[in-house]
Design a protein. Sequence first.
Length: 337
Amino acid sequence: MAVCNFLRRVTMSGSKILASAHYVPRDIVTNNDLAKIIDTSDEWIQAHTGIKTRHISLQGENTSDLATRAAESVLSQTDIKPEDIDLIIVTTFTPDGLAPSTAALVQRNLHAENAWAYDIVTACSGFVFGLSTADKFIKSGQYKNALVISAEVNSKMMDFKDRTSTVFFGDGAGAVLMTADDVGIVEAEKMHTIGNADVVHSGRIAPLTSLSVDNYPKIDAFSQQGRNVFDEVTTIVPDHIRNFLSEHNLSTSDIDYFIPHQANLRLIEYIANDLGEPMTKFSTNVVTNGNTSSAGIAIGLDELNKSVSLKGKRVLLTGFGAGFTYGSMLLQFQRKP
């Protein structure tokens, strides 16, 4: 049984990332594969989204399975054992079910008996919101080690007759292990929510209109208003980034790497151009993974962490998604006291 140790105090002023990892299902679905079942083409998908392939969970793996694989991988890189974990946060809007939480299933799978666990549902902004939350728990002094996992099996929520949505999405998970640190990696952050549930939604359950033995839960498939999403993101996100950095006397040129939500390559290219920054500073995985919702930034951080040295670098994470939610977190790696 998970327990919370309220007596322990960790005298640290922040948190740092000990390790990162990601996991994607083994089955790869190409644009041509999709063209066999829906009215689309490889040329159209690449031209409009930049996406070539995506990983789809076709071997019975659910969201908790992907999350567990990513968590096991991240723990294998450290000396931290499952019983040393105090907190597990899973960000997802494609959970195994409404209850128990996907995080609780991961806690069980890892045998992390001393961790308490819960989910955060902010769609594609999830990883940024999850990191922010874990950082605060660690800063409280009551918790030392936290797993933040973003995992999505978007495919199970897709209406494969809706070609405007289906071509975008893939499945995957990313994870980081955070621990108490005397300096901390989070330099600044800012989160927002605009209550607009119609632009992007998934899994809505309608209330009853009458009592009947024939009533059963009716859950809808994923749906988005693509043009509205594009307009909302391009209107809000670049200004949000500039204003956020300006509040901390920084500009986009002070950022070494950007990891935005992996919505689609064309949208990321638009943001880069609007900010006046080269695409070489943007970590992207959407071309081969598709839009993995909250997992995209987590996967991007892991890929960047393993491809370049982040020592002394500033990395800006920016998420945006259903809700409408958006926010940024500025990470300063291995900053000296």
